[in-house]
Write a protein that binds this ligand. Structure first.
Ligand SMILES: Nc1ncnc2c1ncn2[C@@H]1O[C@H](COP(=O)(O)OP(=O)(O)OP(=O)(O)O)[C@@H](O)[C@H]1O
Length: 248
């Protein structure tokens, strides 16, 4: 099943074609990396998929639903989650509470009255939510840190907390913007292991080629706004067109 479909997407800034008829698909459960030289259009593509920028032509669909003209907030309701280059976690909350807060926006059901009377349905929801927090912390290798304050963690672990937050309510599609930025080699390797172990569909933009090659099932290569290649890491690393674009 196709989870993300980008079809004929174009964006122009004045005379610059940042994206020119970009099309590709990501199958459910796959990790897809977008790479390309500086100015290739990676950030613009990310902004189009996450809803920050509307394309002048083309369509973006998630799980068969056309989201092209839909706001970022409504995309989030449709199951799209993203992380940012600069981590966005609540420093004064514990790791577990950071993840719980990411689940909270669905509400526990029943509103304020349910909060006040400790409605049994609400208590059941609460138990399920705490189970999900535990599960997500395990997925992200954060079990041992659930009671640590996020502000006290090194950047590699804060990045994992952000990932855990994004995963908390079972996203349909997870967008990772330069996930390794600021991480050392060990932290990058650990993040790659976590991302590979997920069942979630992931689209990531990343400069670290080693990370992309090790982590992604498929790679989309952009150059000057166009898709010049798609394929497995092995296919991409052997592709002469890709090599030429990078050697410039
Ligand atoms: N807001 C903007 N106004 C004008 N031109 C822009 C704007 N944003 C991007 N561009 C241009 O569009 C093209 C694609 O830029 P984009 O930032 O998407 O590339 P990128 O692949 O993310 O590059 P980098 O690897 O350097 O981050 C570039 O030529 C860039 O100069």
């Amino acid at each position: 099943m196709t989870m993300l479909a980008v079809e004929g997407v174009s964006v122009a800034f004045g005379g610059v074609r940042a994206l020119d008829q970009v099309s590709f698909e990501v199958a459910a459960g796959q990790v897809c990396g977008v790479i390309g030289p500086n100015g290739a259009g990676k950030t613009t593509l990310f902004d189009v998929v996450s809803g920050l920028r509307r394309p002048s032509a083309g369509r973006v669909s998630v799980a068969g639903r056309d989201l092209t003209g839909v706001s970022p907030v409504k995309r989030a309701r449709a199951g799209l989650r993203r992380t940012f280059q600069r981590t966005q976690v609540f420093g004064r909350l514990t790791v577990a509470d950071n993840v719980l807060a990411a689940l909270d926006w669905h509400g526990g059901g029943g509103g304020l009255a349910a909060d006040l009377v400790g409605w049994p349905g609400r208590r059941r929801h609460e138990g399920e939510r705490r189970e999900r927090v535990t599960e997500v912390l395990r997925l992200c290798g954060l079990d041992g840190l659930r009671d640590a304050y996020a502000a006290a963690l090194p950047v590699g672990q804060r990045r994992l907390v952000e990932l855990a937050r994004a995963l908390a309510d079972w996203p349909a599609l997870l967008l990772l913007d330069e996930p390794t930025s600021g991480l050392d080699a060990g932290q990058t390797a650990h993040l790659g292991e976590v991302v590979r172990s997920l069942d979630t569909t992931v689209l990531l933009v990343e400069h670290d080629m080693g990370f992309v090659m090790d982590t992604c099932d498929r790679i989309v290569v952009l150059d000057l706004g166009k898709v010049i290649a798609t394929g497995t890491p092995a296919e991409i690393s052997e592709n002469p067109v890709v090599r030429a674009a990078y050697l410039g």
